[in-house]
Every structure is written in structure tokens, then in C-alpha cells.
Ligand binder design. Structure first.
Ligand SMILES: [Mg+2]
Length: 226
């Protein structure tokens, strides 16, 4: 791949959350003093992503209320949302295996950037845990802006800051819907590294697919064009 800069997604690409869905979901019931019901998957499904203008808390309250309604329960959704946020530690993340190697390989190519859909308030503690604070040549927290991935705007902001043409940059991400589609819309070379085994690209067309993010180096060193 012949590029001059590499941009990365954060969640699910460079890092994974240390807290399980069960820990967060049932922890919220515990904090709120509500007898638990349901499963975390239903809550994730009910959550708006990206969060609505009312913010993460509003989205959590609505989602808990929805899950409760599906179970025919009436609960204090505000208490559950508050409990959830008490339990959730935004800085509890670890590097995905191979992520450090991927960053080092990208660094050999040129400037390295981060384009994440989360707001700085949520993503900053993760970068600090990983020792990545201030380590990118450009960081775009799209969650603090109006346009988020898959909109091309956050990619353009990063490229403008670096002075690199979109066609000369690669974007590495785990999401087809946000990363691969967004990179394509902005004209970057997309590199998809699924974080769930056996996922198929369906209708999406990543320019490159790597099984592990640590394989990025071999793709970058290959001289071919996508
Ligand atoms: Mg991701």
C-alpha cells in the first residue's frame, strides 16, 4: 500500500474495554437497588449511537426505560442510568493484541492520527490509560462535533491538519458501518480489522482486510495500490 499517513479508530481497533457488559449492566441495577432483569445486549440495542444531543445520560435513561417496558416493568430509569455511569470506568481499557506493533508500523510510514467518534471526555481517559495521550500527530474527537463517522468531515479535519491528501492516507478501523464506509466516503484507503471472528464484510468493500491489527505492517509494506 502506498500511503503517506495512517489514521486509526480507537475502540475495538487499538483497544478493548476491560469491563464486561454484564459488569456494567448488572452493576447499574445493584447501584440503583433495583432487582435485575433482562440482558445487557438489549440495553446496547436500545442505546442510540452516536448519542443524541441530550448526551450519553439521556440516551441511557431512554434505553433503560425501553428495556424495562419490554419486560413489563416500571423502574427508576434515571437511577439505573446514574448507577451505570458510576460503575463504568471510561479509562478501563487495554491494547488490542498487536495494536502497539500497528502503531509502530504506521509511524514508519509518516504522520499518525486518531479519528474517533467518542467525545474527548470519554476518550481522553482511555488514551491516558494506554499512554497514548499526545502521541498522535492529530486527534479528532468527532463526538464533540456535529458530524461523526461515517460522515467524511472528521476524516477531512484530520487530513487538513496533517496536510495530507485523502488518497494518500489509510484509515484502520473495526467497524464496517462507521470506519470502512466513512473512510471510503472521505476518499481514504480503508483497512478493516474485524474485532469479532468470522464477521463478513457484507455489502461493504474494505480496500484491505487484516485478521489482526498487528498485521497492518505487512499490508503497509506491500507496495501495491488497493
Ligand atoms: Mg471502533
Amino acid at each position: 500500500m502506498d500511503v503517506d499517513a495512517v489514521l486509526f479508530d480507537l475502540d475495538g481497533t487499538l483497544c478493548t474495554a476491560d469491563q464486561s457488559g454484564e459488569q456494567l449492566y448488572f452493576g447499574a441495577f445493584d447501584r440503583a437497588g433495583v432487582e435485575p432483569f433482562g440482558r445487557p445486549e438489549a440495553l446496547w440495542e436500545a442505546l442510540d449511537y452516536p448519542p443524541p444531543p441530550g448526551g450519553w445520560r439521556a440516551s441511557l435513561i431512554a434505553a433503560f426505560a425501553k428495556v424495562a417496558a419490554a419486560h413489563g416493568r416500571t423502574v427508576d430509569a434515571e437511577a439505573l442510568a446514574a448507577g451505570f455511569q458510576e460503575v463504568a470506568d471510561p479509562g478501563a481499557v487495554s491494547f488490542r493484541p498487536g495494536a502497539r506493533e500497528a502503531l509502530a508500523s504506521a509511524r514508519e510510514v509518516g504522520p499518525v492520527g486518531l479519528v474517533t467518534n467518542g467525545p474527548e471526555r470519554r476518550q481522553g481517559p482511555k488514551l491516558s490509560t494506554l499512554g497514548l495521550e499526545g502521541r498522535f500527530d492529530v486527534t479528532v474527537f468527532a463526538g464533540d462535533a456535529v458530524e461523526r463517522k461515517p460522515h467524511p468531515a472528521p476524516f477531512r479535519r484530520a487530513l487538513d491538519a496533517l496536510g495530507v491528501d485523502a488518497s494518500r492516507a489509510a484509515y484502520v478501523g473495526n467497524s464496517l458501518e462507521y470506519d470502512v464506509a466513512g473512510a471510503a466516503a472521505a476518499g481514504l484507503v480503508s483497512v478493516w480489522c474485524p474485532d469479532v471472528d468470522g464477521t463478513e464484510p457484507d455489502g461493504y468493500r474494505p480496500d484491505h482486510v487484516i485478521e489482526h491489527v498487528g498485521d497492518l505492517g505487512s499490508v503497509l509494506r506491500r507496495g501495491d495500490r488497493p
